[in-house]
Ligand binder design. Structure first.
Ligand code: ARG
Length: 462
């Protein structure tokens, strides 16, 4: 495109180098901001007419023109031009083509710098709302499954070695708690980003009597940003969003790792429905847990975006720099990744089938009730350190005899400690072990059921 068509070409005597034009353009990726861009423009134009910079008639024409541009974009009937650089100039150009010279008045008292900062804040805010809805759906699924499996015994691990029996519901509630903090981080981020840059213009503000509170309110922001330089320059909100996303993905990745382990034939704790798995082109017997594997893998790209955004920001002097055009693709990809991963998990979690027999068999291996036996001895007034030693010897006997602790005879046990009585056998069962951990935050089925009910209440009050 010849330079005289570019909105900023007044002082230029030669056309932009063709390569530079393509290199500096962002329209290929920032066109997804069109909806937010138009919302921001309508608010800006309405405000200009309220303060007398535009006539009501001019505002009416601009508003109707922007609405028709919006509809064309939505219908896919819009020719994006790289020569017009970005979404902002494409939309403004289309407006003027459609309503004539009055369209050229839209950019009064505004710069693309406050415009793009506004668009991106609105976009991330919209994304957070969508993520929050899907995350709530996933959390509801976790609670349903935890409620169903409140009394299902499985091994609890430390060092991936069988440690103590727990309930499957309790394990799922640990995931739920992690996701609650993730939800909170997104909400905190939303609250902090929800201020309006509009009116900051290029960097120093504008000579027009703009009503910044009015545009802020129309766009659902809590307030105008207090400093114009800060408003156009900082992308800390995008970094904070990506940081919250990184932690969420870290949790998803850990859950995924467990789902992959549990669904393996070696563990066999759960079955994932066929429709969330794929086969192998060579090994006919294979059923691969692709969805959790892919989520685990996608975590890496979000970490990459966080590092990229931090690095993008760290060397920038105030105020706006073109560097900031590079903020968009990492943010957009983070949103897509988080949203799709959340949808996949929300769809899959309610379909997980527990295999209680396999869980139970694994929980029985490795003397998981040894701590319960030590606690039993302490209740019989044996000091804990001595109790630990006694149980160690009993475990040694059981290992030699290749039996469970509960399969040792009472007299064999009494040879090691006279504090042991025939009431010992109930503490050696898996059910007795989990039921005894009935304090707040413990694994007892009754506690799991209570925690599920309390968590449902929290979700309902969102
Ligand atoms: N496409 C630009 C961006 O994404 C819009 C702002 C351009 N501002 C400027 N002064 N060149 O950051």
């Amino acid at each position: 495109m010849a330079n005289e068509k570019k909105p900023w070409a007044g002082r230029f005597v030669e056309a932009t180098d063709e390569f530079v034009e393509a290199f500096t353009a962002s329209v290929d990726f920032d066109q997804v901001l069109a909806e937010q861009d138009i919302r921001g423009s309508v608010a800006h134009a309405r405000m200009l007419s309220e303060v007398g910079v535009l006539t009501p008639g001019e505002f009416g024409a601009i508003e109707a023109g922007l609405e028709s541009v919006r509809q064309r974009i939505e219908a896919g009937d819009f020719a994006w031009s790289v020569a017009l650089e970005d979404v902002h100039m494409n939309v403004e150009h289309a407006l003027t083509e459609s309503i004539g010279d009055v369209g050229k008045k839209l950019h009064t008292g505004r710069s693309r710098n406050d415009q793009v900062a506004t668009d991106l804040r609105l976009f991330v805010r919209d994304a957070i709302d969508e993520i929050a809805a899907q995350l709530t759906r996933l959390q509801t699924g976790l609670l349903d499954l935890a409620g169903r499996e409140a009394a299902t015994i499985m091994p609890g691990f430390t060092h991936l070695q069988v440690a103590q029996p727990i309930t499957f519901g309790h394990h799922l509630l640990a995931w739920f708690e992690q996701s609650q903090r993730d939800y909170g981080r997104f909400m905190d981020c939303r609250e902090r980003l929800n201020e309006s840059p509009l009116g900051a213009a290029a960097l120093a503000g504008t000579t027009y009597p703009v009503d910044r509170a009015m545009t802020a309110a129309e766009l659902g922001f809590n307030a105008p940003m207090a400093n114009s330089l800060d408003a156009v320059s900082d992308r800390d909100f995008a970094i904070e969003f990506t940081a919250a996303a990184s932690l969420l993905m870290t949790h998803y990745s850990r859950w995924s790792e467990e789902l992959v382990l549990w669904s393996s034939s070696a563990f066999g704790f759960i079955t994932l429905p066929d429709r969330f798995c794929t086969g192998s082109s060579i090994m006919p017997q294979k059923k691969n847990p692709d969805v959790p594997e892919l989520i685990r893998g996608k975590t890496g790209r979000v970490f990459g975006h966080l590092t990229g955004l931090l690095t993008l920001m760290k060397g920038q002097p105030l105020a706006y720099n073109k560097d900031n055009q590079e903020d968009k693709e990492p943010v957009f990809d983070t949103i897509t990744t988080v949203l799709n991963s959340t949808i996949a998990l929300a769809d899959m979690v309610p379909q997980i089938i527990a295999n209680p027999d396999r869980m139970r068999a694994a929980a029985s291996q490795g003397y998981p009730t040894a701590t319960d036996l030590a606690d039993y001895l302490v209740r019989k007034d044996v000091p804990f350190r001595d109790a630990h030693e006694i149980v160690g010897r009993l475990v040694g006997m059981a290992v030699d005899a290749e039996v469970d602790l509960a399969e040792l005879s009472l007299s064999d046990m009494q040879d090691v400690s006279t504090a042991i009585d025939d009431d010992v056998f109930e503490v050696l069962t898996l059910e007795g072990s989990v039921a005894a951990r009935r304090h707040l935050g413990g694994t007892a089925p009754e506690r799991v059921r209570e925690a599920v009910a309390a968590a449902r209440g929290e979700l309902a009050s969102r």
